[in-house]
Design a protein around this ligand. Structure first.
Ligand SMILES: [Zn+2]
Length: 139
């Protein structure tokens, strides 16, 4: 069975922007309160020019890595930002950490599918997605 994006923890460049991580150097915690997982990681950004270096550390997840955040469109450096995935030069607004993994990377690098593409679409996943939508509304 293929791992889906819904099985993963994710980090979103828009979330980082909303919480000030892309405006200035900042240290803070990101917490995931998923239906089946509660995790946290230490974030540290070092901003420069139009982008930032982001370090993510979590001893419980076994994650200790750095990512580059760059303008999505180099011609518009003040506008939307994106992650450079660790082993490609492609830009992504969201990166994923699969269960048991130690690296945040894009959907393609982790070979992830969406629940709708998976053959095991079930009532559980529908409820999981509804809970996830509700959680997003609360933040
Ligand atoms: Zn990738």
């Amino acid at each position: 069975m293929k791992t889906t994006v819904e099985d993963c923890l994710d980090i979103d460049v828009d979330w980082l922007k909303r919480h000030g991580y892309l405006d200035d150097d900042l240290v803070g915690l990101i917490c995931w309160n998923e239906l089946l997982r509660r995790e946290k990681a230490l974030l540290r950004t070092h901003t420069f020019g139009g982008g930032a270096d982001l370090s993510i550390k979590s001893s419980t997840l076994g994650v200790d890595m750095s990512l580059k955040i760059v303008p999505e469109n180099p011609c518009l450096p003040g506008r939307r930002k994106a992650f450079l995935c660790h082993d490609t030069i492609s830009k992504h607004r969201k990166l994923y950490l699969p269960p048991g993994g130690d690296t945040f990377a894009c959907r393609e690098c982790h070979n992830l599918s969406y629940v709708l593409q998976a053959s095991h679409r079930s009532l559980f996943y529908e409820q999981f997605r509804a809970a996830k939508r509700l959680r997003k509304l609360l933040y």
